[in-house]
Structure formats: C-alpha cells, structure tokens
Design a protein around this ligand. Sequence first.
Ligand code: SAM
Length: 252
Amino acid sequence: ETTHFGFQTVKTAEKAGMVREVFDSVAPRYDLMNDLMSGGVHRLWKDAFVDWLDPRPGRDYLDVAGGTADIAFRILNRANRHMSVGTRPANVTVSDINYEMLSVGRNRALDRGLVEGLSWVVGDAEHLPLPDRSMDVYTIAFGLRNVTNIDNAIADAYRVLRPGGKMMILEFSRVVIPLFDQLYDTYSFKVLPLMGRYIAHDEEAYRYLAESIRRFPPQDELAQRMAAKGFRQVRYRNLSGGIAAMHTGWRL
Ligand code: SAM
C-alpha cells in the first residue's frame, strides 16, 4: 500500500516515520523558522483561530499535533480570562506524535510558569491514546497535513469528542486570489527550500513542507470530508486570501 510524502510516493507504513524525522530534525529551530517563513503571520492566524474558538473555563480541550504548544498557550490564556470564583479552570491536553516537539513545548510552558491545566500525550492523530467522548473541543493546527490518513484522523476526532463537542482545524489551504496564487507558488517552491537550506540547514524538510501544502485538500473538499465522518454545521473561514483556512464542525 502506498501514500504520498510531499510529491514522492512512499509505503503507507513508512510515512509516519518519515514525518517524525522531519520534525525531529527541525524541532529546535521550529519556532524561529515559523516566524521567518511566515513573516510572523502564523501568530496572527493562530490568534484568529483561538478568537473564533473563544475558549472558556471548565472545558476539556485537546490540541492534536500540538508541537511546541502555541495553540495550547493561547487557549489557556484566553479561557482563564473568564475565570470567576467557583469555576474550574480549562484543561488542555497537548498531543503530538513527536516527543521532541512536545519537549520543546513543555520547556516553553515551564519558562512561562504554566503547569496547571496542561498535560502532554505522545500519540498518533489517527488513533489517539484517549477514551471515547472525553473532550469538549478538539483543535489541530498545521498538523492534519502531516497525518498519513486524514480521514482516519477526522474519525478519531469525532470519537474522542463528547456530543456537543467541536472540532477546529487550522491548515494551509488554497489561495483564492488570482496572481497572488502565482506569487505564493514561487515563494513556496523556490524561496522556502532556500530558507530551509541556509537557516535550518535542511532543504528537504522545507521542500516537503511546500509539497504537503499543495497536496492537502482545498477548503470545500476538507469541509465535505468532515461532514462525511459525521460532523455537522461544518463551516470555514479563509485567512490571508486562503493561504490558510479554519474549519469548524460539531459532533451533535
Ligand atoms: N500545532 C503546532 C503549531 O501550530 O505550531 C505544530 C504544527 S507542526 C507544523 C506539525 C506537527 O504535527 C509536528 O509537531 C508533528 O510532530 C506533528 N505530527 C505529524 N504527524 C502526526 C500524526 N500522525 N499525529 C500527531 N501529530 C503529528
């Protein structure tokens, strides 16, 4: 059985390992590269994502492919603004297939003095080591693209959510503005790998990034695939002309 790794065809059984290698190799420089490659814009996208989510205390959040915990920190900060006497704080479980990425996240949490309300779980988004119906919100930011079978991951999101729970995806998508899409292509396939070579010393990892973005389903298709796994009221919003998009859907 085969699947894709960027534009290469690889054995399905090998893809997760290859993705793990990519993120092992970039983990220490991951945050810096994110800022450089996106000109800091990924921070605004993540802010917009958590704005739309509007986190509250007393709920159980799961951030899958949570990496260095950018989303988890935003959720906790936002939820705790709404704390009042007698409310239970929000719980955020950060999960990632890659131990190195989670360790960077855990160190960042310690630096910020964040311990309460955070837990860390190594696991594959296709079969999370978590019980059925145990979470109120499932988020995945720039992660679904890396999963071998995204339909399995969407189905597993549905499984771990309680009825009334919400799934939210933040992912690169399709640029919907003519001409801007060509500019973006040049950036992705010419500039990115060069930045990868000179800054992260790993051209291949950043070539994979550009290719995996191109292979990911566009806005409407992703919405349909969420609906196909049972999510209801699926909606999306574009960010920066569709460079990224946010999708939401409910388990009812
Ligand atoms: N969510 C973080 C953010 O927005 O900064 C990290 C995004 S990073 C581009 C992608 C993450 O997906 C990596 O940390 C990687 O280890 C993780 N990942 C890749 N394949 C995965 C899988 N099958 N299950 C869970 N996480 C996975």
